[in-house]
Structures are given as structure tokens and as C-alpha cells.
Design a protein around this ligand. Structure first.
Ligand code: APR
Length: 234
């Protein structure tokens, strides 16, 4: 089991106090995703969209990485093979938990993107529609977040990682949003072993070879310890 590829979703950050999207009280039960997470919504009301992401940025700044983020960072440092984390999360809790190899397929809350020239920079705490791009000076500043209807980042890289893995593990994701929801099937078709770690079976639970259910802060550290024990790293 040398190469491990891990996909994470909102469930891994839930116990850090960041809400998920589709659970009871999830973000998409309180906000209309068409208004705050689509290019069309941004074109209609950029102030509202900036307000939404400014609040999420502030919320994220006060959150701390939990035992699941830290366990994955430990796996990355102690496992003899490569461990790649692909996250749908836009928070920075994997990095603050010590992870090094993290692919943010849905963008990053703490990055800004110029819609006019694609320049990217560190997001200011409060972003607003009249912010100038530091490179081209256009007033087209948006959060560097992949919205519904947009292409997730790093897809070529991700498919290469998936098909070259020995084990694919999905953690804390409901399996409702593609392409990420299709990664287990994609990996499986390439002969990769697959495992789901989640609070409850996801919408694509049937595509995994095995599963363990429970809060991420329990099941992830437990699984990491087992992997490291099995491969003689502890
Ligand atoms: N531990 C583990 N899993 C948990 C926990 C927990 N403490 N709490 C909730 N979960 C699980 C839920 O059971 C659910 O399966 O996490 C999953 C969260 O699902 P979603 O809210 O749909 O989040 P996610 O799958 O990451 O969403 C994918 O949708 O809106 C977009 O771009 C956004 O990246 C996001 C994408």
C-alpha cells in the first residue's frame, strides 16, 4: 500500500466548527447556492457573494485543525510511500494541521482571483467588488473559489494520482458533487483499492470496497494508526 490518495470534504472540518453544506443546518440549507456560488450569482450581486465569502474567511480564521487533519499530516510525514491529499475544502485546515501535499480542487478561501486576467494573490480579510487587481488594475476581484458550473482545478494531475494509487480513501464527503463523487469509481476501474471514511454512507457508498463510519476525529486517527502499524512505521 505505498501510494495513498485521499479525497476530503466538508465532513473532515465539521468538528473544527466549520459547517458542512448538505447536513441539517448545512450552508446550503441557509443560503441559495445559485446566488452565492455561481458565476451568474456573482454577476447579479457581487456584494452579496463577497459578503458570504468574507464571513466564511472570518469563520475559518478562528477555526483550528482537528485530530483528523493532524492524523493525515502524520500519515504524510511518516508513511514510506507518497500520500496525496485532494481536498474539496476551501479552508486551510489541512495545511495548518501540518499537511504538505494538498491539492485544492475547489479553490482556496484565502486566495483572490482576477476574473479579467487570472492573476491570483493572497485574499485580503474583506474583499469587495471595487478592489483592483494588483497586476492588471481591473476591478474584477473575486474569491479564488470554483463555483457551480466552473471546472475544478488540477483535474489532469488528479486523474493521474487516482489511477496510479494503491489505495484511494474518501473522507467526509457526501458524494453529491461531481467530478469528485466519481473518483472512487474512477480509481476502482483502474484496479485501485477504495475505502470510505464518513459519518454515514455517502451517495456513492456502493462504489467503495470498504467503509468505516463515525466522526472524522475518531475514524481517521484510528485508520492512520493502523496503516502506519501495518507498514511498520510505528
Ligand atoms: N465526520 C465525518 N464526516 C462527517 C462529519 C464528521 N464529524 N460531519 C458530517 N460528515 C459528513 C456528512 O455525513 C456528509 O456525508 O460529511 C459529508 C458532508 O457532505 P457535504 O456537506 O455535501 O460536503 P462535501 O461533500 O464536501 O460537498 C462537496 O459541494 O457545495 C459544494 O463546493 C462545495 O466542496 C463542496 C462540495
Amino acid at each position: 500500500m505505498s501510494r495513498i490518495v485521499i479525497l476530503t470534504g466538508a465532513g473532515i472540518s465539521a468538528e473544527s466548527g466549520l459547517g458542512t453544506f448538505r447536513d441539517k443546518d448545512g450552508l446550503w440549507t441557509k443560503y441559495d447556492l445559485n446566488e452565492v456560488a455561481t458565476p451568474e450569482g456573482f454577476a447579479r450581486n457581487p456584494d452579496l457573494v463577497h459578503e458570504f465569502y468574507n464571513a466564511r474567511r472570518a469563520n475559518c480564521r478562528t477555526a483550528q485543525p482537528n485530530a483528523a487533519h493532524e492524523a493525515l499530516a502524520q500519515l504524510q510525514s511518516d508513511h514510506t510511500g507518497r500520500v496525496t491529499i485532494i481536498t474539496q475544502n476551501v479552508d486551510d485546515l489541512h495545511e495548518r494541521g501540518g499537511a504538505t501535499d494538498v491539492i485544492h480542487m475547489h479553490g482556496e478561501l484565502f486566495r483572490a482571483l482576477c476574473a479579467a486576467c487570472d492573476h491570483r494573490w493572497v485574499a485580503p480579510p474583506e474583499m469587495s467588488p471595487d478592489h483592483l487587481c494588483p497586476s492588471c488594475k481591473a476591478t474584477a476581484t473575486r474569491p479564488d473559489i470554483v463555483w457551480f458550473g466552473e471546472m475544478p482545478y488540477h483535474m489532469d494531475d488528479i486523474y493521474e494520482h487516482l489511477t496510479e494509487a494503491d489505495l484511494f480513501v474518501a473522507i467526509g464527503t457526501s458524494g453529491n458533487v461531481y467530478p469528485a463523487a466519481g473518483f472512487a469509481a474512477e480509481a476502482s476501474a483502474a484496479g485501485v483499492e477504495t475505502l470510505e471514511l464518513n459519518l454515514e454512507p455517502s451517495a456513492v457508498a456502493g462504489t467503495f470496497d470498504a467503509a468505516r463510519f463515525g466522526p472524522a476525529t475518531d475514524v481517521v486517527p484510528m485508520w492512520v494508526t493502523e496503516v502506519l502499524e501495518r507498514t511498520g512505521q510505528v
